[in-house]
Ligand binder design. Structure first.
Ligand SMILES: *Cc1c(COP(=O)(O)O)cnc(C)c1O
Length: 238
């Protein structure tokens, strides 16, 4: 009895969280003069159970982001739900590219040519091109993944030639910062870079920025995919 009760309570709360986040996205988009449907909500489900993902899916959520390949493959196999899309958003080791190329729809965290070439070679022809974002290191921290803004254009030129990949845009994970104006300032050069690149590469229509703590600033700066974990699923188990 009590287990059943907890289960339905959790279910209501994930659906409620998604609804709250969607309303906030709509509000931010409208404040920036943008259409609400120009921002895609990516639910970041790393470390969350398949049951919670199923609840989010039942609430109408179709895009899910994962950071760890083996954990993601288990979930992808367990949840063959119609219309579900899996995005890989974590650091990529070269020995994991085959699994990523075979099982994901999007990869947000490509930051070097070698990884892009492996994904291209290993993408099954039957699946259509794999959507790619180049991860940019905006905070210039040695510890974080991502290429520099200076090197982004060269990487785009190379990646755009790869037949089994579709270069879609740029992604970043800035260092945490509480101030909305500062968050916007950090995102701005990325948005400007995408604007310049899109002149040469019209298929580049994606700015993957904004997490639970900074998605309002990201939308104000032109984000088209916000990656939200905590605000949907609560604090991560580990
Ligand atoms: C974990 C993670 C997120 C989600 O972060 P929250 O603060 O929980 O919303 C977004 N993007 C990436 C790349 C992540 O690793």
């Amino acid at each position: 009895m009590s287990r059943l009760f907890c289960y339905s309570a959790a279910m209501a709360s994930i659906a409620e969280n998604i609804s709250t986040v969607r309303k906030q996205i709509t509000k931010c988009a409208e404040q920036s003069g943008r259409a609400a449907d120009s921002v895609c909500l990516l639910a970041v489900s790393k470390t969350q159970s398949p049951e919670l993902i199923r609840e989010a899916y039942a609430a109408g959520q179709h895009d899910f982001g994962e950071n760890y390949v083996q954990e993601a493959l288990d979930k992808i196999t367990t949840l063959p739900l119609p219309g579900i899309r899996w995005h890989f958003i974590g650091p990529i080791q070269s020995n994991k590219t085959r699994d990523i190329a075979e099982h994901f729809d999007w990869v947000h965290s490509v930051d070097r040519l070698k990884i892009a070439q492996r994904l291209d070679a290993q993408r099954p022809a039957t699946k259509g091109p794999l959507n790619i974002c180049i991860q940019i290191n905006l905070s210039a921290e040695d510890t974080k993944s991502g290429t520099s803004l200076e090197e982004a254009e060269g990487l785009c030129t190379q990646i755009s030639k790869l037949q089994h990949l579709r270069l879609r845009g740029l992604m970043a994970i800035p260092a945490p910062c509480a101030d909305l104006d500062q968050q916007r300032q950090v995102f701005r050069p990325l948005a400007e870079m995408l604007g310049r690149l899109a002149i040469h590469y019209p298929q580049m229509d994606t700015l993957s920025i904004g997490m639970s703590a900074d998605f309002e600033a990201a939308i104000a700066e032109g984000s088209t995919i916000v990656r939200i974990g905590t605000a949907i699923f609560g604090a991560r188990p580990h």
